[in-house]
Design a protein around this ligand. Sequence first.
Ligand code: ADP
Ligand code: MG
Length: 360
Amino acid sequence: MAEVRLKAISKSFGPVVAVKQADITFQEGSFTTLLGPSGCGKTTLLRMIAGLEKPTSGDIEIAGQRINDVPIHKRNLGLVFQNYALFPHKTIAQNIGFGLNYRGVPLADAQQKVIQALEIVRLPGVEDRYPSQLSGGQQQRIALARAIVIEPDVLLLDEPLSALDANLREEMRVELKNIQRQIGITTVFVTHDQSEALALSDKVVVMSAGNIEQTGAPQEVYRQPKSTFVARFLGNANILTGSVVSAGTKSAKVEVDGLGTVTVTQTGFAKGAAVQLVMRAENLQLHTGKPPAGKAATNRFAGTVTTVDYQGQLARYFVSAGPHELEVISTIDGSLLSEGTPVTVTINGSDMVVLDAPAQ
Ligand SMILES: Nc1ncnc2c1ncn2[C@@H]1O[C@H](COP(=O)(O)OP(=O)(O)O)[C@@H](O)[C@H]1O
Ligand SMILES: [Mg+2]
Protein backbone atom coordinates (compact mmCIF):
# COMPACT_ATOMS: atom_id res chain seq x y z
CA MET A 1 0.00 0.00 0.00
CA ALA A 2 1.31 3.41 -0.84
CA GLU A 3 0.45 6.93 -1.84
CA VAL A 4 1.02 7.83 -5.48
CA ARG A 5 1.73 11.42 -6.52
CA LEU A 6 1.86 12.90 -9.96
CA LYS A 7 3.60 16.27 -10.09
CA ALA A 8 3.04 18.36 -13.21
CA ILE A 9 3.10 15.26 -15.40
CA SER A 10 2.88 15.83 -19.15
CA LYS A 11 3.12 13.46 -22.06
CA SER A 12 3.35 14.30 -25.75
CA PHE A 13 3.35 11.94 -28.69
CA GLY A 14 4.85 14.09 -31.43
CA PRO A 15 2.41 16.98 -31.82
CA VAL A 16 -0.28 15.32 -29.70
CA VAL A 17 -0.31 16.42 -26.06
CA ALA A 18 -1.98 13.43 -24.41
CA VAL A 19 -1.61 14.66 -20.80
CA LYS A 20 -1.03 18.28 -19.75
CA GLN A 21 0.55 19.21 -16.43
CA ALA A 22 -1.42 16.77 -14.32
CA ASP A 23 -1.14 17.07 -10.54
CA ILE A 24 -2.90 14.25 -8.73
CA THR A 25 -2.46 12.63 -5.34
CA PHE A 26 -3.78 9.10 -5.01
CA GLN A 27 -4.12 8.64 -1.29
CA GLU A 28 -2.92 5.49 0.40
CA GLY A 29 -5.66 2.88 0.38
CA SER A 30 -8.06 5.00 -1.68
CA PHE A 31 -10.00 4.17 -4.83
CA THR A 32 -9.54 6.89 -7.44
CA THR A 33 -11.10 6.91 -10.87
CA LEU A 34 -9.79 8.68 -13.95
CA LEU A 35 -12.96 9.48 -15.87
CA GLY A 36 -13.32 11.03 -19.28
CA PRO A 37 -14.22 10.42 -22.90
CA SER A 38 -12.14 8.30 -25.23
CA GLY A 39 -8.83 9.94 -26.13
CA CYS A 40 -8.64 12.28 -23.11
CA GLY A 41 -5.42 10.73 -21.81
CA LYS A 42 -6.58 8.28 -19.11
CA THR A 43 -4.64 5.28 -20.37
CA THR A 44 -1.55 7.38 -20.98
CA LEU A 45 -1.64 8.56 -17.34
CA LEU A 46 -2.05 5.01 -16.09
CA ARG A 47 0.73 3.73 -18.34
CA MET A 48 3.07 6.40 -16.95
CA ILE A 49 2.33 5.25 -13.39
CA ALA A 50 2.92 1.67 -14.52
CA GLY A 51 6.22 2.56 -16.18
CA LEU A 52 5.02 1.54 -19.64
CA GLU A 53 5.31 5.12 -20.86
CA LYS A 54 7.88 7.76 -19.93
CA PRO A 55 6.60 11.23 -19.01
CA THR A 56 7.75 14.09 -21.24
CA SER A 57 8.04 16.19 -18.08
CA GLY A 58 7.05 16.04 -14.43
CA ASP A 59 7.59 13.55 -11.64
CA ILE A 60 5.90 10.39 -10.39
CA GLU A 61 6.31 9.38 -6.76
CA ILE A 62 5.23 6.20 -5.04
CA ALA A 63 5.45 6.24 -1.24
CA GLY A 64 7.52 9.41 -1.43
CA GLN A 65 10.11 7.98 -3.84
CA ARG A 66 10.58 9.45 -7.29
CA ILE A 67 10.16 6.51 -9.63
CA ASN A 68 10.44 8.12 -13.09
CA ASP A 69 13.47 6.00 -13.89
CA VAL A 70 12.45 2.82 -12.10
CA PRO A 71 11.66 0.12 -14.68
CA ILE A 72 8.23 -1.51 -14.68
CA HIS A 73 9.35 -4.83 -13.18
CA LYS A 74 10.87 -3.01 -10.21
CA ARG A 75 7.66 -1.07 -9.46
CA ASN A 76 5.51 -3.25 -7.30
CA LEU A 77 2.25 -2.81 -9.20
CA GLY A 78 -0.77 -4.91 -10.05
CA LEU A 79 -2.17 -4.30 -13.52
CA VAL A 80 -5.48 -5.29 -15.07
CA PHE A 81 -6.47 -4.23 -18.55
CA GLN A 82 -9.65 -4.48 -20.57
CA ASN A 83 -8.38 -7.48 -22.54
CA TYR A 84 -7.32 -9.48 -19.55
CA ALA A 85 -5.00 -11.66 -21.66
CA LEU A 86 -4.65 -14.82 -19.61
CA PHE A 87 -2.20 -17.39 -20.97
CA PRO A 88 -4.53 -19.86 -22.72
CA HIS A 89 -2.25 -22.89 -22.37
CA LYS A 90 -1.52 -22.40 -18.69
CA THR A 91 -3.84 -23.48 -15.89
CA ILE A 92 -5.52 -20.88 -13.69
CA ALA A 93 -3.00 -21.62 -10.92
CA GLN A 94 -0.12 -21.13 -13.36
CA ASN A 95 -1.67 -17.93 -14.65
CA ILE A 96 -2.10 -16.46 -11.18
CA GLY A 97 1.22 -17.78 -9.93
CA PHE A 98 3.20 -16.43 -12.87
CA GLY A 99 4.31 -13.22 -11.13
CA LEU A 100 5.18 -15.11 -7.94
CA ASN A 101 7.30 -17.55 -9.87
CA TYR A 102 9.01 -14.64 -11.59
CA ARG A 103 9.75 -13.07 -8.20
CA GLY A 104 11.25 -16.32 -6.94
CA VAL A 105 8.58 -17.08 -4.35
CA PRO A 106 9.03 -20.72 -3.20
CA LEU A 107 6.49 -23.08 -4.72
CA ALA A 108 4.65 -24.02 -1.51
CA ASP A 109 4.19 -20.35 -0.56
CA ALA A 110 3.10 -19.55 -4.08
CA GLN A 111 0.47 -22.28 -4.03
CA GLN A 112 -0.88 -20.93 -0.77
CA LYS A 113 -1.02 -17.39 -2.15
CA VAL A 114 -2.80 -18.56 -5.29
CA ILE A 115 -5.45 -20.29 -3.18
CA GLN A 116 -5.91 -17.15 -1.08
CA ALA A 117 -6.19 -14.94 -4.17
CA LEU A 118 -8.85 -17.24 -5.61
CA GLU A 119 -10.77 -16.97 -2.35
CA ILE A 120 -10.60 -13.18 -2.46
CA VAL A 121 -12.05 -13.08 -5.98
CA ARG A 122 -14.57 -15.73 -4.91
CA LEU A 123 -13.53 -18.45 -7.33
CA PRO A 124 -12.10 -21.12 -5.05
CA GLY A 125 -11.30 -24.50 -6.56
CA VAL A 126 -10.64 -23.55 -10.20
CA GLU A 127 -6.82 -23.89 -9.97
CA ASP A 128 -6.54 -26.74 -12.43
CA ARG A 129 -8.87 -25.41 -15.10
CA TYR A 130 -7.84 -23.56 -18.23
CA PRO A 131 -9.02 -20.03 -19.06
CA SER A 132 -11.26 -21.28 -21.88
CA GLN A 133 -13.21 -23.31 -19.30
CA LEU A 134 -14.26 -20.13 -17.48
CA SER A 135 -16.76 -17.42 -18.45
CA GLY A 136 -15.68 -13.91 -19.39
CA GLY A 137 -16.55 -12.58 -15.94
CA GLN A 138 -14.66 -15.40 -14.25
CA GLN A 139 -11.63 -14.82 -16.45
CA GLN A 140 -11.68 -11.17 -15.48
CA ARG A 141 -11.67 -12.18 -11.82
CA ILE A 142 -8.66 -14.39 -12.52
CA ALA A 143 -6.92 -11.40 -14.07
CA LEU A 144 -7.67 -9.50 -10.86
CA ALA A 145 -6.39 -12.40 -8.74
CA ARG A 146 -3.20 -12.43 -10.81
CA ALA A 147 -2.75 -8.70 -10.16
CA ILE A 148 -3.32 -8.83 -6.39
CA VAL A 149 -1.48 -12.08 -5.63
CA ILE A 150 1.89 -10.31 -5.71
CA GLU A 151 0.66 -7.96 -2.96
CA PRO A 152 1.33 -4.85 -5.02
CA ASP A 153 1.68 -1.35 -3.58
CA VAL A 154 -0.76 -0.02 -6.12
CA LEU A 155 -3.46 -1.60 -8.27
CA LEU A 156 -3.91 -0.10 -11.75
CA LEU A 157 -7.09 -1.00 -13.62
CA ASP A 158 -7.74 0.19 -17.18
CA GLU A 159 -11.40 -0.26 -18.14
CA PRO A 160 -11.34 -3.76 -16.63
CA LEU A 161 -15.09 -4.22 -16.85
CA SER A 162 -15.81 -2.86 -20.30
CA ALA A 163 -15.56 -6.21 -22.09
CA LEU A 164 -18.34 -7.63 -19.90
CA ASP A 165 -22.04 -7.37 -20.66
CA ALA A 166 -24.14 -4.84 -18.75
CA ASN A 167 -25.51 -7.04 -15.95
CA LEU A 168 -22.22 -8.73 -15.26
CA ARG A 169 -20.48 -5.37 -15.32
CA GLU A 170 -22.69 -4.07 -12.52
CA GLU A 171 -22.20 -7.24 -10.51
CA MET A 172 -18.45 -7.13 -10.96
CA ARG A 173 -18.21 -3.50 -10.00
CA VAL A 174 -19.80 -4.20 -6.62
CA GLU A 175 -17.39 -7.08 -6.16
CA LEU A 176 -14.41 -5.02 -7.22
CA LYS A 177 -15.28 -2.40 -4.63
CA ASN A 178 -15.63 -5.07 -1.94
CA ILE A 179 -12.29 -6.65 -2.85
CA GLN A 180 -10.56 -3.28 -2.84
CA ARG A 181 -12.00 -2.49 0.60
CA GLN A 182 -11.03 -5.89 1.90
CA ILE A 183 -7.39 -5.65 0.86
CA GLY A 184 -7.25 -1.86 1.28
CA ILE A 185 -4.98 -1.29 -1.69
CA THR A 186 -4.36 2.08 -3.34
CA THR A 187 -6.30 1.72 -6.59
CA VAL A 188 -6.35 3.76 -9.79
CA PHE A 189 -9.26 2.84 -12.02
CA VAL A 190 -9.77 4.13 -15.55
CA THR A 191 -13.19 4.33 -17.16
CA HIS A 192 -15.28 6.38 -19.57
CA ASP A 193 -18.43 5.21 -17.76
CA GLN A 194 -19.71 7.84 -15.34
CA SER A 195 -21.94 5.46 -13.39
CA GLU A 196 -18.99 3.16 -12.75
CA ALA A 197 -16.93 6.12 -11.56
CA LEU A 198 -19.66 7.40 -9.24
CA ALA A 199 -20.39 3.97 -7.80
CA LEU A 200 -16.83 2.87 -7.11
CA SER A 201 -14.71 5.84 -6.22
CA ASP A 202 -13.55 7.69 -3.17
CA LYS A 203 -12.32 10.33 -5.59
CA VAL A 204 -13.10 11.02 -9.23
CA VAL A 205 -10.68 12.84 -11.54
CA VAL A 206 -12.61 14.13 -14.54
CA MET A 207 -10.42 14.58 -17.62
CA SER A 208 -10.93 16.26 -20.98
CA ALA A 209 -8.41 16.53 -23.79
CA GLY A 210 -5.40 15.90 -21.58
CA ASN A 211 -6.54 18.32 -18.87
CA ILE A 212 -7.90 17.63 -15.42
CA GLU A 213 -11.29 19.36 -15.37
CA GLN A 214 -12.21 18.62 -11.78
CA THR A 215 -11.27 16.39 -8.88
CA GLY A 216 -13.51 15.49 -5.98
CA ALA A 217 -15.70 12.97 -4.21
CA PRO A 218 -18.41 11.49 -6.47
CA GLN A 219 -21.21 13.58 -4.96
CA GLU A 220 -19.10 16.71 -5.16
CA VAL A 221 -18.28 16.45 -8.86
CA TYR A 222 -21.86 15.45 -9.59
CA ARG A 223 -23.58 18.13 -7.53
CA GLN A 224 -21.09 20.94 -7.93
CA PRO A 225 -19.65 20.70 -11.43
CA LYS A 226 -17.09 23.40 -12.05
CA SER A 227 -17.55 23.43 -15.80
CA THR A 228 -20.22 22.65 -18.36
CA PHE A 229 -18.01 19.79 -19.53
CA VAL A 230 -18.23 18.10 -16.12
CA ALA A 231 -21.95 18.86 -15.84
CA ARG A 232 -22.60 17.26 -19.22
CA PHE A 233 -20.26 14.33 -18.80
CA LEU A 234 -21.69 13.29 -15.44
CA GLY A 235 -25.38 12.74 -15.90
CA ASN A 236 -27.97 14.58 -17.93
CA ALA A 237 -27.77 18.32 -17.71
CA ASN A 238 -29.62 21.17 -19.37
CA ILE A 239 -27.30 24.11 -19.81
CA LEU A 240 -28.86 27.50 -20.47
CA THR A 241 -27.30 30.90 -20.83
CA GLY A 242 -28.37 34.04 -19.05
CA SER A 243 -27.27 37.06 -17.05
CA VAL A 244 -27.41 38.04 -13.40
CA VAL A 245 -30.07 40.72 -12.86
CA SER A 246 -29.66 41.07 -9.12
CA ALA A 247 -27.29 39.55 -6.60
CA GLY A 248 -28.05 39.40 -2.89
CA THR A 249 -26.29 37.74 0.04
CA LYS A 250 -28.59 34.69 0.06
CA SER A 251 -29.76 34.42 -3.50
CA ALA A 252 -29.41 35.84 -6.96
CA LYS A 253 -31.83 36.41 -9.79
CA VAL A 254 -30.82 35.26 -13.22
CA GLU A 255 -32.54 36.19 -16.46
CA VAL A 256 -32.44 32.99 -18.49
CA ASP A 257 -32.36 33.59 -22.23
CA GLY A 258 -35.79 32.78 -23.63
CA LEU A 259 -37.32 31.58 -20.33
CA GLY A 260 -37.59 34.45 -17.89
CA THR A 261 -36.16 35.05 -14.44
CA VAL A 262 -35.16 32.36 -11.94
CA THR A 263 -33.96 32.67 -8.37
CA VAL A 264 -30.89 30.66 -7.40
CA THR A 265 -29.42 30.20 -3.92
CA GLN A 266 -25.85 30.32 -5.17
CA THR A 267 -24.23 33.69 -4.53
CA GLY A 268 -21.07 35.57 -5.31
CA PHE A 269 -21.96 36.86 -8.76
CA ALA A 270 -21.74 40.40 -10.01
CA LYS A 271 -24.86 42.05 -11.31
CA GLY A 272 -24.84 41.91 -15.10
CA ALA A 273 -22.46 38.92 -15.25
CA ALA A 274 -23.01 36.54 -18.16
CA VAL A 275 -23.59 33.05 -16.78
CA GLN A 276 -24.45 29.51 -17.68
CA LEU A 277 -27.09 27.74 -15.67
CA VAL A 278 -26.92 23.99 -15.10
CA MET A 279 -30.26 22.29 -14.51
CA ARG A 280 -29.98 18.55 -14.01
CA ALA A 281 -32.68 16.59 -15.79
CA GLU A 282 -33.76 14.86 -12.55
CA ASN A 283 -34.08 18.19 -10.73
CA LEU A 284 -36.78 19.48 -13.05
CA GLN A 285 -40.34 18.59 -12.07
CA LEU A 286 -43.31 18.42 -14.37
CA HIS A 287 -46.83 19.37 -13.31
CA THR A 288 -49.94 18.96 -15.42
CA GLY A 289 -52.35 20.78 -13.15
CA LYS A 290 -51.63 23.73 -10.95
CA PRO A 291 -48.03 23.45 -9.67
CA PRO A 292 -47.72 23.19 -5.89
CA ALA A 293 -46.83 26.26 -3.87
CA GLY A 294 -43.45 26.44 -2.19
CA LYS A 295 -39.89 27.27 -3.03
CA ALA A 296 -39.76 25.38 -6.30
CA ALA A 297 -42.82 27.22 -7.54
CA THR A 298 -40.88 30.48 -7.81
CA ASN A 299 -38.98 29.00 -10.73
CA ARG A 300 -41.51 27.88 -13.27
CA PHE A 301 -41.77 27.72 -17.02
CA ALA A 302 -44.63 26.72 -19.29
CA GLY A 303 -43.85 23.94 -21.75
CA THR A 304 -45.12 21.05 -23.83
CA VAL A 305 -43.98 17.44 -23.74
CA THR A 306 -42.47 16.67 -27.14
CA THR A 307 -40.82 13.28 -26.65
CA VAL A 308 -41.31 10.48 -24.15
CA ASP A 309 -38.53 7.98 -23.57
CA TYR A 310 -39.98 5.31 -21.29
CA GLN A 311 -37.37 3.49 -19.20
CA GLY A 312 -39.40 1.36 -16.81
CA GLN A 313 -38.81 2.93 -13.40
CA LEU A 314 -38.06 6.27 -15.00
CA ALA A 315 -39.26 8.36 -17.87
CA ARG A 316 -37.06 10.75 -19.78
CA TYR A 317 -39.13 13.56 -21.25
CA PHE A 318 -38.19 16.29 -23.64
CA VAL A 319 -40.18 19.42 -23.04
CA SER A 320 -40.20 22.43 -25.31
CA ALA A 321 -40.16 25.62 -23.26
CA GLY A 322 -39.63 28.88 -25.11
CA PRO A 323 -36.75 28.33 -27.51
CA HIS A 324 -35.40 25.44 -25.42
CA GLU A 325 -35.81 21.71 -25.41
CA LEU A 326 -35.44 20.68 -21.76
CA GLU A 327 -34.59 17.15 -20.74
CA VAL A 328 -36.49 15.97 -17.67
CA ILE A 329 -36.08 12.66 -15.85
CA SER A 330 -38.98 11.66 -13.61
CA THR A 331 -39.78 8.62 -11.54
CA ILE A 332 -43.11 7.32 -12.72
CA ASP A 333 -45.80 7.55 -10.08
CA GLY A 334 -49.12 7.16 -11.77
CA SER A 335 -49.36 7.36 -15.50
CA LEU A 336 -46.83 8.34 -18.08
CA LEU A 337 -47.31 11.76 -19.62
CA SER A 338 -48.03 11.64 -23.32
CA GLU A 339 -46.56 13.70 -26.12
CA GLY A 340 -48.32 17.02 -26.60
CA THR A 341 -49.26 17.41 -22.90
CA PRO A 342 -48.98 21.01 -21.69
CA VAL A 343 -46.92 21.14 -18.49
CA THR A 344 -45.46 23.51 -15.95
CA VAL A 345 -41.79 22.85 -15.29
CA THR A 346 -40.44 23.80 -11.85
CA ILE A 347 -37.02 23.68 -10.22
CA ASN A 348 -35.67 24.51 -6.78
CA GLY A 349 -33.33 27.48 -6.56
CA SER A 350 -30.82 25.31 -4.69
CA ASP A 351 -30.84 22.68 -7.45
CA MET A 352 -29.26 24.92 -10.06
CA VAL A 353 -25.55 25.50 -10.53
CA VAL A 354 -24.45 28.84 -11.91
CA LEU A 355 -21.18 28.96 -13.85
CA ASP A 356 -19.38 31.92 -15.37
CA ALA A 357 -20.04 32.04 -19.09
CA PRO A 358 -16.88 31.41 -21.10
CA ALA A 359 -15.10 34.60 -22.14
CA GLN A 360 -16.01 35.58 -25.69
N1 ADP B 1 1.59 5.50 -28.49
C1 ADP B 1 0.96 6.57 -28.95
N2 ADP B 1 1.38 7.25 -30.03
C2 ADP B 1 0.73 8.35 -30.46
N3 ADP B 1 -0.37 8.87 -29.89
C3 ADP B 1 -0.85 8.25 -28.82
C4 ADP B 1 -0.23 7.08 -28.28
N4 ADP B 1 -0.94 6.67 -27.19
C5 ADP B 1 -1.95 7.57 -27.06
N5 ADP B 1 -1.89 8.51 -28.02
C6 ADP B 1 -2.81 9.65 -28.18
O1 ADP B 1 -2.90 10.31 -26.93
C7 ADP B 1 -4.22 10.71 -26.66
C8 ADP B 1 -4.72 10.07 -25.37
O2 ADP B 1 -4.86 8.69 -25.57
P1 ADP B 1 -5.27 7.69 -24.40
O3 ADP B 1 -4.41 7.96 -23.21
O4 ADP B 1 -5.24 6.32 -24.95
O5 ADP B 1 -6.76 8.14 -24.09
P2 ADP B 1 -7.94 7.39 -23.30
O6 ADP B 1 -7.36 6.23 -22.57
O7 ADP B 1 -8.52 8.43 -22.40
O8 ADP B 1 -8.93 6.96 -24.34
C9 ADP B 1 -5.04 10.35 -27.88
O9 ADP B 1 -5.10 11.45 -28.72
C10 ADP B 1 -4.23 9.22 -28.49
O10 ADP B 1 -4.46 9.14 -29.87
MG1 MG C 1 -7.87 4.18 -22.71
